[in-house]
Design a protein around this ligand. Structure first.
Ligand code: UT7
Length: 332
């Protein structure tokens, strides 16, 4: 069976920079609290009329295609991970297909929040492994800023989320030693409501009411402590799982790219895995938590900054709403 490899990476973030000080003007919070608890200094917010979830994905995709040396018309499949689609339906995959000027190739939407990109990467990898498709575009793109509760009630979530997009192009690897070595996916629905947007849900006769808006159930809710505790357990677990499957140990990792959830979570993982700081990528100070976009943005920046070289062992890992968590081990 053939492997798939990442031959192009790219990302796009909106121009609009929102600092912690800017947030102080919107809700009771402080630069000091945000930096201390999360490591975030600033994030990007979309500009209405300029950025959309699908056109940000297209910008990231164009950069990834360029690096891969491919035209959009070479693509066989689009896989789009997002929790903030342009529309309720159809999914953003078809909008991206249209945006890239493509016709008739399939577009698949993945709904796995912070783990969405690695879930999507795993799906793309399977399609290439089976020989069904050759060139697969995998993107993660999010606009959070239009759906946050900027009151005291929602501040623990609202200070962490940011907007952005990242993309990779997957192609078959002619070298069996290179490319995606394995992917590992998990979910635990018992905790579905611990990090969720409940309304407007389909199981209520009136999907959207004034009460929902007033009560805040249309905004993300997060039980921060519970999410944090599970994250620090599941991240190391799923990284170890990937290493074990391929007979590697933590010290074999050249670059670990964790989902950018919180700098404290990233530091915990780094210490737990016994890795030096420079082998764990972090850009949360610039972008906050961009859920499905966070891993591909980080991967794209790591490549751009020459922090990943040919032959390196790269591990991607994520945890988030669902709960879902996942990892991918890649020989670059
Ligand atoms: O991407 C998906 C995965 N997500 C994560 O992994 C996030 C995991 N969770 C976290 O990173 C942390 O739980 C947060 C950074 C979100 C919150 O940190 P925390 O230490 O868990 O804070 P907390 O929610 O327990 O709140 C502590 C205090 C509370 O005040 P009192 O009750 O002690 O007086 C909050 O009201 O901090 C207060 N607080 C804030 N104060 C200023 C909560 N949010 C804010 C805020 N600014 N933004």
């Amino acid at each position: 069976m053939r492997n798939s490899k990442i031959t192009g990476v790219g990302h796009y973030v909106p121009e609009n920079v929102i600092t912690n000080k800017d947030l102080e003007k919107l809700m009771p919070t402080s630069d000091e609290w945000i930096r201390e608890r999360t490591g975030i200094v600033e994030r990007r917010y979309f500009q209405e009329g300029v950025d959309t979830t699908s056109n940000m994905a297209a910008n990231a995709a164009r950069a990834a295609l360029k690096m891969a040396g491919l035209e959009a018309t070479d693509l066989d499949l689009i896989i789009f991970a997002t929790l903030s689609p342009d529309y309720v339906f159809p999914g953003s995959g078809v909008l991206l297909q249209r945006e890239l000027g493509l016709n008739l190739i399939p577009a698949l939407d993945v709904r796995n929040q912070c783990s969405g990109f690695i879930y999507a990467l795993s799906v793309g990898d399977q399609f290439i492994k089976t020989g069904m498709y050759n060139n697969v575009l995998v993107v993660g793109s999010e606009i959070h800023s239009s759906g946050l509760d900027f009151s005291e009630r929602g501040r623990n979530v609202s200070v962490i989320f940011g907007d952005g997009a990242g993309a990779v192009v997957l192609t078959p690897s002619d070298d069996p030693e290179k490319g995606i070595l394995s992917t590992h996916l998990h979910a635990e629905g018992e905790f579905a409501e611990e990090l969720a947007v409940i309304d407007p849900g389909s199981n209520k006769k009136n999907r959207l009411t004034h009460e929902m808006i007033e009560e805040g159930s249309i905004y993300p809710y997060m039980n921060g402590n519970v999410v944090f505790k599970h994250a620090v357990t599941r991240f190391p677990e799923v990284i170890e799982e990937a290493l074990k499957k391929n007979n590697y140990k933590p010290s074999d990792i050249d670059m670990l790219i964790p989902h950018q959830a919180n700098l404290r979570i990233t530091s915990y993982i780094q210490q737990k895995m016994g890795l030096p700081v420079e082998k764990v990528f972090s850009n949360i100070h610039k972008y906050g938590n961009t859920t499905a976009a966070s891993v591909p943005i980080a991967l794209s920046e790591a490549v751009q900054q020459d922090r990943i070289k040919e032959g390196d062992l790269v591990c991607l890992a994520a945890f988030g709403s669902g709960f879902t968590w996942a990892s991918a081990l890649i020989r670059w």
